[in-house]
Design a protein around this ligand. Structure first.
Ligand code: F6P
Length: 328
């Protein structure tokens, strides 16, 4: 393996730059030439390759976004698109790929390997933490901390005006961001796609709260919640408990930006290095991840198809610590 290329794909995540830095510096350390592909798979198709040296990645470990830009490429989903991409990989003499992204990114890399046998190792870069094969994905910790900063501020105004806030967070179809920011933010409830949502139960709990001198509420809603968006749930609550002053805040893309936390920078550096060492040692179609503090390579096939369930213990923390007594 003499020449490798690195790309970021899918939704950007804080720590992607630290991971690019890890991969580029690791590649150079092993004596390889390293290229960056700009705009993910679209850049591969459109011949957007840049040679990188150790200075190309200086002063980026602390930055959000990705210096290599990111895209969700529709063309790479087609056989013709991947064939164009392969022409460019051949032209630049690339022997292996490091892809930083989520499930869509690894699906693309797997297909590309099946068709053209270009070895590829992935690093999990997504705020959603929805990948099997790693306890945490790059960007998740920063996103949760961004939510937390917002929740703390909303709590001040919720308390001052004695209001009930429904705060919608990202996470695609999982509730990872919701559950962790709900625990850390001391929320009364977290509404997650992984759990059956019983609107009657939410109403009961809120009624109990209001009749018990509890005047403000923070409820975190995952965007992928099956029974509706935060605004749908809030509207129903407003109708059923008119006395409650209900507000909705959608945190949105603020969760994707900002300087990565120390945890994300360390994780990204570890996994950038691990991805390159995986390639160097002959691995392909695997994602580098950390499970129980150990570095593990998991086949793309598993990261794509297997679910990483949210532990009941986490949802129970919210249930038990929300200030209500146990009722049979
Ligand atoms: O996967 C990251 C993520 O931010 C999800 O949480 C969210 O559902 C999605 O991307 C939003 O994508 P886009 O920025 O393309 O609207």
């Amino acid at each position: 393996m003499k020449r490798i290329a690195v790309l970021t794909s899918g939704g950007d995540a804080p720590g992607m730059n630290a991971c690019i830095r890890g991969a580029v510096r690791a590649g150079l350390y092993y004596g390889m030439e390293v290229y960056g592909i700009v705009r993910g798979y679209d850049g591969m198709i459109n011949d957007n390759f840049i040679e990188m040296d150790d200075r190309s990645v200086s002063n980026i470990i602390q930055k959000g976004g990705t210096i290599l830009k990111s895209a969700r490429s529709d063309e790479f989903r087609t056989k013709e698109g991947r064939a164009k991409a392969y022409e460019n990989i051949k032209k630049h003499g690339i022997d292996g790929l490091v892809v930083i992204g989520g499930n869509g990114t690894f699906t693309g890399a797997g297909l590309f390997y099946d068709e053209f046998k270009i070895p590829c190792v992935g690093a999990p870069g997504t705020i959603d933490n929805d990948l099997y094969g790693t306890d945490f994905t790059i960007g998740y910790d920063t996103a949760v901390n961004t939510c937390l900063a917002a929740i703390d501020k909303i709590r001040d105004t919720a308390d001052a005006h004695e209001r009930c806030f429904f705060i919608e967070v990202m996470g695609r179809d999982t509730g990872y961001i919701a559950v962790r920011s709900a625990i850390a933010g001391g929320a009364e409830m977290a509404i997650l796609p992984e759990e059956h949502t019983d609107i009657e139960d939410i109403i009961k709990r809120l009624k109990y709260g209001t009749s018990d001198s509890k005047a403000s509420h923070i409820i975190i809603v995952a965007e992928g919640e099956k029974s509706g968006r935060a605004s749908d749930i809030a509207n129903e609550v407003k109708e059923r408990i008119p006395a409650l002053d209900v507000k909705v805040t959608i945190l949105g893309h603020v969760q994707r930006g900002g300087a990565p936390t120390a945890a994300d920078r360390v994780l990204a550096s570890r996994l950038g290095l691990a991805a390159v060492e995986g390639l160097w040692n002959g691995q392909t179609n695997v994602m580098a991840g950390i499970i129980n503090r150990n570095l593990i390579y998991t086949p793309f096939q598993e990261t794509i198809t297997k679910k990483k369930p949210i532990k009941d213990e986490l949802t129970r923390i919210i249930e038990v610590l929300n200030g209500r007594k146990y009722q049979e």
